[in-house]
Design a protein around this ligand. Sequence first.
Ligand code: F0G
Length: 355
Amino acid sequence: MARAWPGVVEHYAEWLPVTGVTPRITLLEGNTPLIRSEHLAQRLGDGVALYFKYEGVNPTCSFKDRGMTMALSKAVEEGAKVTICASTGNTSAAAAAYSTRAGIESVVLLPDGYVALGKLAQALAYGARTLAIDGDFDDCLALVKAIAESYPVALVNSLNPYRLQGQKTAAFEICDRLERAPDFHALPVGNAGNITSYWMGYTEYHEAGVVDARPAMLGFQAEGACPIVAGEVCERPETVATAIRIGNPARWQEAATALDESGGRIEAVTDEEILEAYRELSGEEGIFCEPASAASWAGLKKLAAEGFFEGEECTIAATLTGHGLKDPDRAVEMAEEPEKAPNDLETVAKMLGLA
Ligand code: F0G
């Protein structure tokens, strides 16, 4: 029998700061599909091969599981009894799940009223002590940082270096699948941990000679929450993509370095562009992701419209960071109501244009 997938910490142990005695706190995250675009890619240009790294099929339905398996494995190794994080929803879902898996407590601070329903459901279901703070994500992060400095709780936001270590495994998986690095890597940017992690992963594989080049990193922020694009803290971040509704990213400096070293770009996309991309991914490609994730595709289209990929034979990887079911309210709001129909064969056949 083929060896079962053991989760990212075990699979990539030699690339991670773990030893034989580090516990593996895992829900078998990672090994997510790299799906070649069949329908949307051609809009970027004839020579473009586009792949979606679909992180929505992780155990808690976002890429955060990669960082959280690593953070919890180290937290348990170091004797932690409680984790704490601030979150726009996905980090808290993962922190709650992996803390429970580890048999320890979790505390999550969320911006009251700005967390998608599925994510809130997860924090509650996994049993986190959940505080809805009268403030935004940046306020929540400032609170948890202060608490972690004064009390014996393990901070598991991406300020925790182990989170980045775990998340870099997504870059490894892409290279392992393609047997090379892509030319471009597109992803949404919020707190800027993920772009930092991918760049770390690509760089490590490159330095070890596993791949002979690194991609240019293409980061996309929502126009109403785009501090890195604007070059200044955004005091009142606002976007439908609540996952990336962040005004002062914790990994700003590292993201800037990744963009710079890779010769990449960071751009803002409007809520309208995000929602159009969101609809296209599910309705035309068959991949349902949450709004923030669709910033990857929205941004690629924007660059293509400027002629960015013109005449280039290139391979692009785009991370779809979270599952569409994370935000069911948005999905239903954007769609037509289902049609009412009687329980009657003839009428249903007629309605469908079959009879
Ligand atoms: N996409 C989704 C679905 C996210 O949940 C996040 C971040 C990002 C993209 C951006 O990643 O922060 O590493 O730049 N969510 C965090 C959270 C902030 O609390 O779940 P980033």
